[in-house]
Design a protein around this ligand. Sequence first.
Ligand code: XMP
Ligand code: MG
Length: 183
Amino acid sequence: MYGDDIASVLITQEEIAAKTKELAELIAKRYPADAPEGDLLLVGVLKGAIFFMTDLAKALSIPTQMEFMAVSSYGSSTSSSGVVRIMKDLDKDIAGRNVLIVEDIIDSGLTLSWLKRNLSTRNPASLEVVTLLRKPDALRTHVDVAHVGFDIPNEFVVGYGLDYAERYRDLPYIGTLDPKVYS
Ligand code: XMP
Ligand code: MG
């Protein structure tokens, strides 16, 4: 539906679904269903993580609650500035809760590393990260990530929540963008 803007499909809808199920099984094992900390709190990073977050929540066999944050480090360019701003903060206090940050993609790692530091000052009982995608060759800082769906090449990707200038989020797969789109 986007003409020939998508150069190639990197990860299909079926591969995403299978991986989500696999991650959900691993995650469910780490948190007892009746933990004294209460239900596992999924903290989704808007907007990119929404598709992954809702599919992951449905695949998890334990009860979860959902909160969202919006942070900005990008504008509409395709490389990280390292400058993070909170555009929307959590609605609820996370002190004493088991928190799982749900990310769409870790690129330089700068956004996530900042976010982890920020949330840890709010004293959650535990704080871990699950990301659907990671670009190992783009990492510029070390961040501890408990669960990674796919390691991908250092190329700009779109679809399944990921955008370029707010477009392509609605694609059900992850694809690479034809360079003509951003040149
Ligand atoms: P950093 O570099 O801080 O970036 O790890 C994390 C955020 O940057 C966005 N991002 C992308 N968005 N395709 C996208 O649509 C990409 O290839 C890409 N790489 C990074 C994304 O919002 C992520 O949370
Ligand atoms: Mg994001």
